[in-house]
Design a protein around this ligand. Structure first.
Ligand code: ADP
Ligand code: MG
Ligand code: MG
Length: 190
């Protein structure tokens, strides 16, 4: 499965719509196990992303502009992590337009600076199974949401949620939920 610049712009526009609609919910998820700002961080970042999309032509430009907007606007842990994911996707887009290559590069861009492993209750727990499956098939919204929900059972070992220790168990990870919206949006354009 390949991705064009047009599809990527549509993907980010749909992601922005979900982030704006769900920003309060995302910040509520971040309240018991974090500092309650994830939805508002992402909403600010995605507003900046959609405002720069019109200036992009190639797939590489779409991802690079997205990365820069997220890094400069989101703040918090998630800004640099999503930002680096899109920056690595921009680099990968120089040699491939295959979704599996692009998303693998994006996941590497989250793991390298963040150091999270599968099971640490971070967005890596949603990205990893999706990157694996996307090599073979598309996923349904229900399947994506199952990966998001599964983070509730995990004990946080990275990020702010790790500060609350055992009390992180039973709560969905906010960055995993926003990543779920990212991939639901993607499935709507491919
Ligand atoms: P902050 O925690 O700085 O307020 P946000 O609330 O915007 O930032 O983002 C929190 C999300 O970032 C978490 O729910 C988690 O998914 C993700 N996250 C935090 N640390 C890491 C990490 N080291 N690796 C991957 N994802 C992380
Ligand atoms: Mg937060
Ligand atoms: Mg914060």
């Amino acid at each position: 499965m390949n991705l064009t610049a047009k599809m990527a712009r549509k993907w980010l526009i749909l992601f922005n719509e979900k982030i704006q609609a769900k920003q309060d919910y995302l910040s509520e998820l971040d309240t018991p196990i974090g500092d309650g700002d994830h939805g508002h961080n992402m909403a600010r970042g995605m507003t900046a992303v959609v405002s720069v999309l019109n200036d992009t032509q190639t797939l590489q430009e779409v991802f690079k502009a997205t990365a820069m907007a997220l890094i400069s606007e989101v703040g918090g842990a998630s800004g640099p992590l999503y930002g680096t994911a899109f920056m690595e996707m921009a680099k990968a887009a120089a040699t491939s337009d295959q979704l599996s290559d692009l998303l693998s590069a994006g996941l590497a861009g989250i793991i390298k600076p963040g150091g999270a492993q599968v099971g640490d209750k971070t967005m890596v727990d949603v990205w990893t199974p999706i990157v694996t499956e996307i090599q073979k098939r598309t996923l349904t919204k229900i399947e994506i949401e199952e990966f998001v929900m599964a983070t509730a059972d995990l004990l946080a070992k990275k990020g702010r949620a790790s500060y609350v220790g055992d009390r992180s168990i039973g709560h969905i990870d906010p960055g995993s939920q926003s990543s779920g919206y990212l991939f639901e949006s993607l499935m709507e354009v491919i």
